[in-house]
Write a protein that binds this ligand. Structure first.
Ligand code: FES
Length: 173
């Protein structure tokens, strides 16, 4: 997978730490202004790709991480090679908690986060209403190139629901 420019910003503090640590070059105004310009460019590009809502979510990726003792967990590898995971915890026939994990790009993180958020409070009957399209609508914008990230998140959520339903059926036998 080609790293997306939107992901490169994460390197900035790491680059600075490295520069300080190895002491090979002095941190100076030129480097600071170079990094600030780079950050601005990456933020602008991320806003173009993800939309304002998606951009804010990328800065603060909520619902990321595994749920211990989840009732359902699904992992799907997309055609792009990235993996999406969804965890669901149910209580009183409703999703009490949901989360995602991905090794993919900024868009897959944002889509996983919105998929998990959309699932919370839903009953098993309502979960299929969460689709790639509804996730994209939550973001407000997603370039055509990145749309498959939303569909991967929705597909993984659907698979987690399937696993939960199978588990319930086995329990009720
Ligand atoms: Fe693969 Fe987004 S690029 S899921």
């Amino acid at each position: 997978m080609t790293p997306h420019a939107a992901d490169l910003i994460l390197l900035k503090p790491a680059v600075r730490d490295q520069v300080h640590a190895v002491g090979k070059i002095d941190m100076n105004n030129d480097l600071d202004s170079f990094l600030d310009n780079l950050q601005e460019q990456i933020f602008d590009e991320a806003k173009d790709v993800l939309g304002e809502e998606g951009f804010q979510r990328w800065l603060n990726p909520r619902y990321r991480g595994a749920i211990e003792n989840s009732d359902a967990h699904a992992r799907i590898k997309g055609t792009c090679g990235d993996t999406m995971e969804i965890f669901l915890k149910f209580e009183d026939n409703q999703v009490k908690d949901a989360s995602y994990l991905t090794d993919g790009c900024a868009s897959s993180n944002v889509c996983g986060s919105f998929a998990a958020e959309s699932a919370i409070g839903k009953s098993p009957d309502e979960l299929p209403d969460i689709t790639g399209k509804s996730i994209m609508e939550k973001l407000g914008n997603l370039t055509e190139e990145e749309e498959h990230c939303a569909f991967l998140a929705a597909e993984t959520l659907k698979e987690a629901l399937n696993k939960y339903m199978i588990k319930c059926m086995k329990k009720n036998k």
